[in-house]
Design a protein around this ligand. Structure first.
Ligand code: ZN
Length: 441
């Protein structure tokens, strides 16, 4: 089961996306960049950063011989491509390295250089935040509400109701709207909670952001996220099949289930909690970069970011692997503590994935503490991703593995969302918690 699935199809770089990218305006955020509003077509030049290992693999392939090593720093290469190249580049990178996406797309050279300058691992915490476990009663109580059929139903819908969730096609936008509506249904009794689409200039697919305002520290943000798009070979056809059940309907389903449980219990975190489904991860972390760069530009305080990208394939001896590169070491260590505390029967490990592996890298690059919990060690993850076989059937119609990540995410939300201890049943420090004594046995 661990053998990598190598798709053998090499496609000319400009073929795939050229039909769909006309009129596209902006990739990675930086709304401040002067070029931000200029329209992009498939031939418009932009820049990407990717691991030197991946660059060397690509440069050795006939399809990518034109790639130039423009700059390199700390094992990361900056090169120039055209917008129309991104889909083919993403496919080749996945084939060569197994990464998803494996690169960051940048609208301007200045943005690309800024990305290049970010150190490989950054362990400082924004605002000197430290993490601690002190909400055991709440975690234990609410995790009993997590529901496997609910997770299964979301994966089923997202992987079967659309041909694909690709950023360029209407099905990709419809999937985002469906996620928004589902999450809104969870928030019906919570008028202070918002669920909004966040559009990204030039990209058809929006991200989805659910916000629970913090009761005590509203300016401090805790983010849980995962990408909502899907990809497989054949992106030039709007009806190409990319079910993306594990990658990453399973992450979106975990996020939604956490939201459902927290909102149903009338849980009111001290910090502002945001749950995000990112657009267009597969073509260079476009949605997450847009959001993270916007937060950085606005000077927003984000105390922790947790990424879910593929949660339902049990491919390693250990139950979970936390990525050890391009993540925050202190936050990752805390995630291990959460597992040891709340799911002590599980085994976890750390694993290096390389450059730009998922949306956590966008937050990391923007200077925020971010970590990523993976379904397996890198290279032992689901071999069916980025193919038409990434279905619920391949996962055995079973979400037992994803459920572990739902429990992890719930404990993350409750513990980091509440830096000050809440007493379980009485003696609440803020009025907003009074309702809890009614809803929790
Ligand atoms: Zn993914």
């Amino acid at each position: 089961m661990r053998a990598r699935n190598h798709h053998r199809r090499h496609r000319p770089l400009l073929l795939a996306a050229s039909r769909v990218a006309v009129g596209v305006a902006l990739l990675s955020a930086a709304a401040a960049a002067p070029a931000a509003a200029s329209p992009l077509g498939p031939g418009t030049e932009l820049w990407i950063t990717l691991g030197a290992d991946a660059f060397d693999l690509l440069a050795g392939q006939a399809d990518h011989q034109g790639l130039e090593r423009l700059e390199e720093q700390d094992g990361v290469v900056l090169t120039q491509v055209r917008f129309g190249d991104l889909a083919g580049l993403s496919a080749s990178l996945h084939e060569s390295t197994g990464r998803c996406a494996g690169f960051l797309a940048h609208r301007t050279l200045a943005q690309a250089r800024a990305a290049l300058a970010v150190p490989r691992t950054r362990s400082s915490l924004a605002g000197g935040v430290s993490y601690s476990i002190n909400q055991t009663e709440w975690v234990t109580s609410l995790e009993a509400d997590l529901d496997k059929p609910s997770i299964l139903a979301t994966i089923d819908h997202l992987s079967t109701a659309y041909h694909n969730r690709y950023h360029a096609y209407s099905s990709g936008a419809e999937a985002a709207e469906w996620i928004r509506d589902l999450w809104r249904s969870y928030a019906e009794t919570r008028p202070e909670v918002t669920v909004e689409l966040v559009s990204h200039p030039g990209i058809n697919q929006p991200s989805v952001v659910l916000t629970i305002p913090g009761s005590t520290f509203p300016d401090q943000h805790v983010v849980l996220g995962g990408h909502l798009d899907s990809v497989s070979p054949g992106t030039s056809n709007p009806n190409f099949l990319a079910p993306g059940a594990d990658d990453n309907a399973s992450g979106i389903a975990v996020l939604g289930e956490i939201a459902r449980v927290v909102l149903a219990a009338d849980f009111r975190p001290q910090r502002t909690v945001q749950i995000m489904g990112y657009a267009a991860e597969e073509i260079g972390l476009v949605g997450s970069q847009d959001i993270a760069d916007g937060y950085e530009a606005a000077g927003r305080d984000v105390v922790a970011v947790l990424q879910f990208d593929m949660t339902d394939y049990f491919g390693s001896v250990e139950d979970m692997a936390f990525l050890s590169d391009y993540t925050n070491a202190d936050l990752t260590a805390f995630l291990g503590q959460l597992v040891d505390t709340y799911q002590p029967v599980l085994a976890w490990t750390t694993s290096a994935c390389g450059y730009g592996c998922s949306d956590h890298a966008a937050w990391h690059r923007a200077g925020y503490p971010a970590s990523m919990s993976a379904e397996a060690r890198f290279g032992q993850h689901n071999p069916a991703i980025h193919s038409t076989s990434d279905t619920l059937a391949t996962l055995g119609h079973n979400v037992d593995h994803a459920f572990k990540f739902a429990r992890l995410g719930l404990s993350f939300l409750i513990e980091i969302g509440n830096p000050e201890r809440f007493l379980f049943r009485d003696g609440f420090e803020t009025g907003s918690t009074e309702a809890w004594s009614q809803s929790v046995p």
